[in-house]
Design a protein around this ligand. Structure first.
Ligand SMILES: Cc1cc2nc3c(=O)[nH]c(=O)nc-3n(C[C@H](O)[C@H](O)[C@H](O)COP(=O)(O)OP(=O)(O)OC[C@H]3O[C@@H](n4cnc5c(N)ncnc54)[C@H](O)[C@@H]3O)c2cc1C
Length: 235
């Protein structure tokens, strides 16, 4: 873990409630796909955000939930916007977390994202693509409304061009225009797999979702040591 100064290059909306933040670090940042950084608001107040981008690039990408009711994210965004306006850097601690992609294995993979937990899952999915991995990947992304699936076309394109990559978007409160899966995203996984014993499972999203998914997946045969989520440290 290193403390790094970053220029806030851009803050652009992905949806009305999620912002894409691009930071340019003043030195190369070492991290693994699936790790997170902490944005330092003060010396004591540090907020974790998953790195959506891959290691080795000159930019760091974050996806930050932006609902005004969510102070955790909205205060972090305000800090980023203020530093950008002042032309001042922000401080981050990168390369954190233990739920990074394990590359030394060949198990098939379930990637489970709830809402902005997608940032973490996206980094891992991109790394698998970059490595030309042959492992079957099932990416589940659960959101409340389908408009929140901000990378839907890209993921559908990946799925249509690669036989071993499956993408399953799941909308909790669909309207009549949604033709896909509906309900809670972890329940879609439970419906699709008789047993999760063979799978490596990576999970990110709201803490209650991570908790119920872990417990339900264990009952459906998943091995604790094959499930990865930094939220496990918080719940
Ligand atoms: C290490 C770490 C990294 C983080 N990284 C980020 C980040 O990059 N960006 C960010 O904005 N925040 C981040 N957070 C904060 C937190 O994880 C997010 O605020 C949270 O994931 C936001 O979820 P959401 O509001 O988008 O999901 P919601 O819209 O609340 O839920 C999305 C889906 O999750 C499922 N779900 C939700 N609640 C439940 C439940 N009670 N039971 C079952 N299923 C449920 C449903 O399928 C639902 O549709 C991070 C936190 C930690 C600890």
């Amino acid at each position: 873990m290193t403390l790094t100064s970053c220029i806030v290059d851009s803050i652009t909306p992905l949806t009305p409630y999620v912002q894409r933040v691009v930071l340019i670090p003043d030195q190369p940042v070492d991290f693994l796909p699936g790790q997170y950084l902490q944005l330092c608001l003060t010396e004591q107040d540090k907020r974790p955000f998953s790195l959506a981008s891959l290691p080795g690039l000159s930019e760091l990408e974050l996806h930050i939930g932006a609902s005004a009711a969510d102070e955790y994210s909205s205060q972090a965004l305000t800090h980023l916007q203020q530093q950008q306006q002042k032309g001042q850097p922000v401080q981050v601690e990168a390369g954190l977390g233990h739920a990074h992609l394990r590359t030394e294995r060949d198990n098939p993979i379930v990637l489970l994202a709830g809402g902005t937990g997608f940032s973490y899952i996206y980094s891992i999915a991109q790394a698998l693509q970059q490595q030309g991995s042959n492992r079957p990947v099932f990416l589940y992304w659960g959101v409340r409304q389908h408009e929140s699936l901000y990378l839907l076309p890209e993921l559908q394109q990946w799925a249509s061009s690669q036989s071993k990559f499956r993408f399953i978007p799941v909308v909790q409160d669909p309207d009549d225009s949604w033709q896909g899966r509906a309900g809670l995203v972890h329940e879609a996984v439970l419906e699709d797999f008789v047993s999760l014993e063979a799978y490596d499972i990576y999970i990110a999203g709201p803490f209650p979702m991570v908790g119920v998914a872990r417990d339900a997946f264990l009952k459906q045969g998943a091995h604790q040591q094959q499930m990865f989520a930094d939220a496990f440290a918080y719940i």
